[in-house]
Write a protein that binds this ligand. Structure first.
Ligand code: UDX
Length: 454
């Protein structure tokens, strides 16, 4: 099929490059002329494994092209709207989507078949459809959300668990085109209405974030009772009704999706006068994880971190990306500095950008050129992001050059046996491992109430 995509960001670029890879001719449109020029030269502005190769292949075989204005959509059977939905404060913002839909509807040479792929608050697609059809009754609109994670977006696009198609009014022909577009993947295609499709997307993300926060709060409880939270989530995850994924405790969740959507969904409920206390609690729970983690480090260390030098390994919100948006590792840096620690940070992809972003928020952090150089002379080490290279650090060589003897491995990525053999203590989400083989969680006297004794 000949299709076009509006928006050359994370969603639009992955969508365009993958659909070209599947044999379609795809024209990607973005108003950022500089970005379009760089893309025409094969320069991909985002770090996404596998995307560079797909863009290069699409440019080479002519199935992928980049255009700086809407005329790039002319002649397409359908146009996918994949523009950004975050405002400067990182909150969900639908204006760019509305502007794109309105612009397409007003331009009779643009396709009449519109597919929105940007994440929408439930109820938005119906309003966009009415807006577009008020301009041109021939417009047909569908909502086709993406479920791609950063750092694995190409794989998630090409091997989705499911494709969701939310159909607008009289949009059967467009639905058929979307089925044709996704048929090569051989995956389940779920047809539903616009608002249900929007809710599937948002609810899936917020549920995953809730699952993570549940694991994070479990870590706090396990640290108090002496249970090993990692054994607990492994045991829970074996229950197929629960599943192990997105149940790993850590410093909290970050990124451009979970945090904004976890704030937006309860807001939407409140706009209808509906209380959603579980969903509304997730954001606060998430924000509290950094302080709980640092409390545990100070407890295990037996001293406050004030005045100490702390090496912070990892600044991005997850490994294999350069994205710092609402990163929990940045929250760890803020909280450590707030407690009077001097933080020396390193990230394989974003040290400078992370230090600059922290400074813009009034948080001063030093940059280290490598993980090893951050660790040398450190009183404590905190691992905030699960970069594979942190798993290869040589603790036998590094431990003697540290001032302190403790590592808080919030992502369980380091070689714990090597660290213990080097005489270090490792705190992994409330479970303290000591060189003498102690693996019990830090025990804190837990009052046994009559009820608990039953
Ligand atoms: C998410 C959704 O997974 C994806 O389906 C949606 O399309 C976009 O938003 P993304 O934000 O890119 O994807 O990354 P994801 O892998 O979901 O991680 C989000 C955050 O949760 C990261 O900070 C990650 O470190 C954290 N996380 C994830 C945990 O803390 N524990 C887990 O078990 C899993």
């Amino acid at each position: 099929m000949l299709i076009s995509v509006i928006g050359a960001g994370y969603v639009g670029l992955v969508t365009g490059a993958c659909l070209a890879h599947l044999g379609n001719e795809v024209r990607v449109v973005d108003i950022d002329r500089a970005r379009i020029e760089r893309l025409r030269g094969g320069e991909v502005p985002i770090h996404e494994p596998g995307l560079d190769e797909l863009v290069a292949a699409g440019l080479a075989n002519g199935r992928l092209s980049f255009h700086a204005d809407q005329s790039g959509t002319y002649g397409s059977q359908l146009v996918i709207v994949a523009v950004g939905t975050l405002d400067r404060a990182g909150e969900w913002y639908g204006e760019l989507v509305e502007r794109a839909v309105r612009g397409l509807a007003e331009d009779s040479r643009a396709p009449r078949h519109l597919v929105v792929r940007s994440t929408l608050m439930p109820g938005t697609a119906v309003r966009l459809e009415a807006l577009a059809q008020a301009i041109d009754p021939d417009v047909r609109l569908c909502f086709n959300p993406e479920f791609t994670r950063e750092a694995v977006a190409v794989r998630d696009f090409l091997e989705p668990d499911r494709v969701v198609v939310g159909a607008g009014r009289d949009a059967q022909a467009l639905v058929q085109e979307l089925h044709e577009l996704y048929a090569p993947m051989g995956r389940t295609i779920l047809d539903t209405d616009l608002t249900s499709a929007e809710t599937i997307k948002l609810a899936s993300n917020v549920f995953l974030a809730t699952k993570i926060s549940f694991a994070n709060e479990l870590a706090r409880l396990c640290a108090a009772t002496g249970a090993d939270v990692h054994a607990v989530v492994d045991g829970m995850g074996l229950d197929l009704r629960i599943g192990r994924s997105f149940l790993s405790p850590g410093p909290g969740f970050g990124g451009s999706c979970f945090p904004s959507q976890v704030r937006a969904l309860p807001e939407l409920a409140r706009s209808f006068g509906i209380e959603a206390p579980i969903i509304a609690a997730v954001d606060q729970s998430n924000l509290g994880q950094a302080d709980w983690l640092i409390d545990g480090l100070e407890r295990a260390r037996g001293a406050s971190l004030a005045g100490s030098r702390v090496a912070l390994l990892g600044l991005t919100f997850k490994a294999n990306t350069d994205d710092l948006r609402e990163s929990p590792a940045l929250r760890l840096a803020e909280r450590l500095v707030a407690r009077g620690a001097r933080v020396v940070a390193y990230d394989p992809k974003a040290t400078e950008a992370g230090v600059v972003q922290l400074a813009a928020g009034g948080v001063t952090v030093d940059a280290a050129p490598s993980a090893a150089e951050a660790v040398i002379d450190a009183d404590a080490v905190v691992v905030g992001t699960e970069w594979a290279e942190f798993g290869a650090l040589d603790w036998a060589a590094l431990a003697p050059r540290m001032r302190g003897r403790i590592i808080a491995d919030a992502r369980r990525i380091i070689d714990r046996d090597a660290a213990l053999a080097a005489g270090l203590t490792v705190v992994a989400m409330g479970v303290t491992h000591t060189p003498d083989g102690g693996g019990a969680a830090a025990r804190i006297a837990v009052p046994v109430t009559a009820a608990a004794a039953v």
